[in-house]
Design a protein around this ligand. Sequence first.
Ligand SMILES: CC(C)=CC(=O)SCCNC(=O)CCNC(=O)[C@H](O)C(C)(C)COP(=O)(O)OP(=O)(O)OC[C@H]1O[C@@H](n2cnc3c(N)ncnc32)[C@H](O)[C@@H]1OP(=O)(O)O
Length: 256
Amino acid sequence: MAYETILLEVDERVGIIRLNRPQALNALNAQLINELNAALDVLEADRAIGCIILTGSEKAFAAGADIKAMQNFTYPDTYLDDYITSWERLSRTRKPVIAAVAGFALGGGCELAMMCDFILAADTAKFGQPEIKLGVMPGSGGTQRLTRFIGKSKAMEMCLTGRLMDAVEAERSGLVSRIIPAAELMTEALKVAKVIAGMSLPVAMQTKEAVNRSYETSLAEGIRFERRVFQSQFGLAHQQEGMSAFIEKRPPDFKA
Ligand SMILES: CC(C)=CC(=O)SCCNC(=O)CCNC(=O)[C@H](O)C(C)(C)COP(=O)(O)OP(=O)(O)OC[C@H]1O[C@@H](n2cnc3c(N)ncnc32)[C@H](O)[C@@H]1OP(=O)(O)O
């Protein structure tokens, strides 16, 4: 497939998807979401890929849903076409996904970043859910995920006022895992992604699934799930390889 609004590249076992509508600060329209979803399908189907990075430009990860495209939508348009549901494809990605965010991650852009497994933020990053200023509310998980990340009080303030949060506040609040100088963001993201891609792919995917389970279930149920999956990993050759490598004082080779 030829992509126009994203760039897709592979570096060793890492798939890098770069949102690429610079003239509109990567505003998210149907074409971009379709291309993003198609790229995710490609990377998920390729067993050589162990981790995915989603990133944007220096100025904007994504400035939100394309306001010009949705300005004249009617309620039947949004309801009958189930507007925005297709954006959730990212949250169903089974392989680990890192968001590398520089500049604006607003509205749907912040929501896409939160659908990733963790966020590495450049010191230039700015997060926010300013939809209320447009007369609507977040529609792609913002009210739910932001609240889980940073707690009710801060999420409520951000969603009700549209206030933006800088990288320092985002790190302090638990929205991002780390702040990185903007010039080093992609180098560092790639380094982290390669570490993950060097692990056993099934174990990394199961670990992701188990951590995500903690959002959706009781503690007892989550721990039962973790225990069953952990026990099943003793059926993988990668368990033998990982533990033998430790004992033999050599790096593990999880490629096979
Ligand atoms: C409602 C749902 C479901 C989800 C949403 O995400 S709603 C959108 C939420 N996002 C926003 O409200 C942010 C809108 N953008 C801005 O406030 C500003 O663009 C900015 C603060 C991010 C950057 O300001 P700056 O002055 O540096 O740049 P601009 O001149 O404003 O933008 C450059 C260029 O990009 C177009 N742009 C920016 N954001 C969007 C967007 N979300 N949709 C469509 N187009 C966008 C902007 O119009 C301008 O284009 P022109 O040069 O053609 O005017």
